[in-house]
Design a binder for this molecule. Sequence first.
Ligand code: ZN
Length: 65
Amino acid sequence: MNACPECAGVMKFDSAHRRYVCQSCGLAVNREEMDEMAAKNTSADPNEEKEQRKKDYLKWWSNKK
Ligand SMILES: [Zn+2]
């Protein structure tokens, strides 16, 4: 299930328009746009947040050395 990059609401795929439409705020984006927005707003996706934390940790680790 996809989460809205703006409000973390439920995104439903609109096959007619080939876009994901947010059920909460009405945001309509295609797959590419959603990935771009999700990359900017990592808190919307718990998995993204985990990845970011891993990166932060690696950065901290390399700075320490
Ligand atoms: Zn939304």
